[in-house]
Design a protein around this ligand. Structure first.
Ligand code: ADP
Length: 474
């Protein structure tokens, strides 16, 4: 069906390239092979890097109307092909189809936003020491960019990198996750149709480590934009030191989700479940440690367990299912291990707790303690781990007791308390009385082991620009 229309070859310098070795792509719902994509050999990857570098010289001088038009065309093509793109996401990633549509809207918002930014982004000048002296500040494209994307949001993470790169005037070589390459390859089809000149975007599928090594070593690649694990982010950072690249590293998270006793429990429970079900809990902003004030602890655990336990798990194309499979059996094992360790250390299950194949039941555990492995590790699955807290200072200190610093959430009707807690949380993103903070207009970023570099917002494009100062005397 729709898969026939996806080009499963790699897209290099405007040509569709295949090779003798392939990587199998699986449907996580039944572990069947749905496609094979190239396992591109080293010499072809090097060619693709060369093309990206060469085209950086042309695209940097593209006029802004052309960049705007490409991005607007791409936006329209994604919209026109929503059904098919959503099906591809569900097929290769597993998430339920309603979540796949949400991901498309999220991706669209980035393409739209950076199309707008193309037109509004400014260089500026100011007077220097006298009226004939100008300080000119030019924003220049950084050059050739390499992007590595994960499998949890196979379209949105790509849009979030390609759109600002193109808007800034950078060429880009993209290596998507080997688990979800189809959503990426189909974007090459759409961008070609959008009028993007050959070679400005190259999409390759290959051995991840090999690709990482080649781009890190190549001085001409001036930036790496990576979303993935902290482990791989650190490797790329280290390997790029000799070539001193600019980097954006969007890495793991360990989000606290703080619920004060005065919060509207029904609303919080609905929102917590919705955010937890994004990509089946496989999101770096997923609530990882749910802190509940002691006086409502029991009632809230019961409420959330009643609701979460009713969420049906199964194939993502079946509309009655609220959650699909996890990406593969390794992911299931990791979630199950954290769960079993927590149980062994004294946590109790109030709903779920079992799995079959790649399907993990929505699970709530309570009586969790801060010395359990589930406290310090990213769960990346549909498990809500509940902790009780007594007072505000204590919960701030426990929430901050992690090496990660990406997303945090808090719920209270007391706005003075909300303001104080928000300012003390050691995370780059704090969401107050809402669980859906993601927006292209907002700066998405982490601190500490969650990495650095901003995606989205006015600042997102700066990641792809050099700031040049020209000292000008008339
Ligand atoms: P996860 O553990 O969630 O799969 P990873 O960090 O392993 O996250 O994967 C994110 C992206 O990083 C994927 O595109 C993957 O292929 C890529 N990747 C994995 N290992 C390396 C590596 N050694 N060098 C470069 N990229 C890598």
């Amino acid at each position: 069906m729709m898969l026939k229309s996806i080009n499963k070859k790699n897209y290099i310098n405007g040509s569709w390239v295949s090779c003798s070795n392939n990587i199998k792509v699986y449907n996580p719902s039944n572990n069947e092979v749905i496609a094979e994509v190239p396992d591109l050999p080293k010499e072809k990857i090097l060619e693709a890097i060369d093309d990206t570098v060469k085209k950086a010289e042309d695209w940097r001088y593209s006029n802004l109307d052309q960049r705007y038009e490409v991005l607007r065309n791409w936006y329209q093509l994604i919209r026109d092909n929503r059904e098919e793109l959503a099906s591809i996401i569900t097929l290769e990633q597993g998430k339920v189809i309603s979540e796949a549509y949400k991901e498309i809207d999220y991706a669209l918002s980035y393409v739209d936003w950076f199309a707008c930014i193309v037109k509004s982004h400014k260089n500026y000048s100011r007077y220097g020491s006298n009226i004939n002296h100008r300080i000119l500040v030019d924003k220049e494209p950084i050059g050739a960019v390499a992007a590595i994307t994960p499998w949890n949001f196979p379209l949105a993470m790509i849009a979030r990198k390609i759109a600002p790169a193109l808007a800034a005037g950078c060429s880009i070589i993209l290596k998507p996750s080997e688990f979800t390459p189809l959503s990426a390859l189909v974007q090459a089809v759409l961008l070609e149709k959008s009028g993007l000149p050959a070679g400005v975007l190259n999409v390759v599928t290959c051995n991840a480590k090999l690709f990482g090594d080649l781009i890190c070593q190549d001085f001409r690649i001036r930036k790496i934009s990576f979303t993935g694990s902290t482990r791989v982010g650190k490797l790329l950072y280290e390997k790029s030191a000799p070539t001193l690249k600019r980097m954006s590293l969007e890495l793991g998270g360990n989000s606290p989700y703080i619920i004060f006793a005065d919060a509207d429990q029904e609303k919080v429970a609905e929102e917590l479940i919705n955010v937890k079900l994004r990509s089946g809990g496989q999101s770096c902003t997923s609530p990882n440690r749910v802190f509940i004030e002691k006086s409502i602890y029991e009632s809230f655990v019961k409420l959330i367990s009643d609701k979460f336990g009713k969420c049906k798990v199964g194939d993502g194309f079946n509309k009655s299912n609220k959650q699909g499979p996890l990406i593969n059996s390794n992911a299931v094992e990791k979630v199950n291990l954290l769960l079993q360790e927590a149980i062994n250390d004294g946590a109790k299950i109030s709903c779920g707790g079992k799995y079959k194949n790649n399907f993990v039941e929505p699970t709530v555990i309570y009586d969790c303690q801060d010395d359990m492995s589930i406290f310090s590790n990213e769960i990346f699955g549909p498990v809500i781990a509940c902790y009780s807290f007594d007072n505000v200072d204590e919960v701030i200190s426990r929430a901050n007791n992690t090496e990660y610093g990406l997303q945090s959430y808090l719920y209270t009707k007391d706005l003075a308390k909300a303001n104080m807690v928000a300012s003390k949380l050691d995370f780059n993103m704090v969401s107050v009385n809402s669980s859906m903070p993601g927006a292209a207009k907002a700066p998405f970023s982490g601190r500490k082991a969650s990495g650095f570099g901003i995606e989205g917002s006015d600042e997102g494009i700066e990641e792809f620009l050099n700031t040049k100062y020209i000292n000008w005397n008339y």
